[in-house]
Ligand binder design. Structure first.
Ligand SMILES: NC(=O)c1ccc[n+]([C@@H]2O[C@H](COP(=O)([O-])OP(=O)(O)OC[C@H]3O[C@@H](n4cnc5c(N)ncnc54)[C@H](OP(=O)(O)O)[C@@H]3O)[C@@H](O)[C@H]2O)c1
Length: 256
């Protein structure tokens, strides 16, 4: 995730590479990534003391150790952006203090192509300069939406895991296309564009219910498909899919 975020920010030329530093645990990986990305690795102490904004991209199970170390070197005075799934703001407040500047940010996998749906949750005392710096840094990842923490787990299930459910649907559409004689490449191109186009129509303000009526000529091809979807209760199982994902996000958040 750190690499995806750095690549997107670097491509947008947001910050000169000379002003970016990073740390990992593994010294060999740090050397390789220094060469690959032409940025400097450093110690946690130096990273924290010389940075204005700290971007935390460890796994949730590694958070306690990384955050304790950051706090020891004075991170409570810095702006902290965390992409850790399922870790609530209160966890960071416990380490960095009630008034700490924290952004819980959830990019999704499409951030890599600037089409992510990034969810923002700021700590209660987040300052305006922190908010605008974070907005600027996340802009290359795609659109963003700020939500209260109470909605974060739901957003995780919908926007975070959502691309996974869409991949399943794209795959199913492509399987049929291949069965019908299209090459794999043609099948994936067609299926992915169908999702991009349908998504764009809705994102421009069209109502999906109206679009469904518009496309389904009585007795026509789309209606034939809708009949199968209705019989299979596809809307219900898709809703249940997303609800299962949200339940899991709540379960993870409850661990903190
Ligand atoms: N994948 C997604 O689509 C997605 C979406 C939203 C959010 N996220 C979140 O992104 C986070 C990172 O996921 P990932 O897949 O990128 O994990 P990852 O590949 O395992 O990367 C974690 C990195 O953290 C470093 N690290 C761990 N503990 C450290 C410590 N104490 N000090 C310094 N560096 C430390 C690791 O260093 P080493 O390489 O040396 O081990 C590694 O480079 C997760 O919390 C996940 O919830 C992921």
């Amino acid at each position: 995730m750190a690499q995806i975020l750095f690549e997107a920010m670097d491509a947008a030329r947001l910050i000169p590479r000379s002003q970016v530093q990073f740390i990992q645990r593994d010294a060999d990986k740090m050397t390789k990534n220094e060469q690959k990305y032409k940025i400097t690795s450093t110690s946690m102490e130096r990273l924290v003391s010389t940075s204005d904004i700290l971007l935390l991209c460890v796994r949730p199970a590694q958070a306690e150790q990384a955050v304790s170390e950051m706090a020891r070197f004075g991170a409570s005075q810095k702006m902290i952006i965390s992409v850790l799934a399922g870790v609530p703001i209160r966890f960071y407040q416990k380490h960095f203090g009630e008034k700490a500047q924290i952004l819980r940010m959830m990019p999704n996998v499409a951030s890599a192509v600037g089409e992510g749906m990034t969810i923002f949750g700021f700590s209660p005392h987040a300052r305006a300069d922190f908010r605008s710096a974070a907005q600027m840094l996340a802009a290359p990842l795609g659109p963003s939406m700020e939500v209260p923490e109470t909605l974060f787990d739901a957003a995780t299930g919908i926007a975070g895991s959502g691309p996974g459910f869409v991949f399943k649907l794209i795959q199913a559409m492509a399987i049929v296309a291949e069965k019908e004689g299209f090459t794999r490449e043609q099948a994936l191109r067609m299926a992915s564009q169908v999702f991009i186009g349908a998504g764009r129509l809705v994102s421009k303000g069209e109502n999906p219910a109206d679009l469904m009526i518009q496309i389904a000529t009585p007795g026509g091809t789309t209606e034939a498909g809708f009949n199968v979807m209705e019989k299979a209760e596809s809307s219900k199982w898709f809703q249940e899919t997303i609800e299962a994902s949200i339940r899991k996000a709540r379960f993870f958040a409850d661990q903190y």
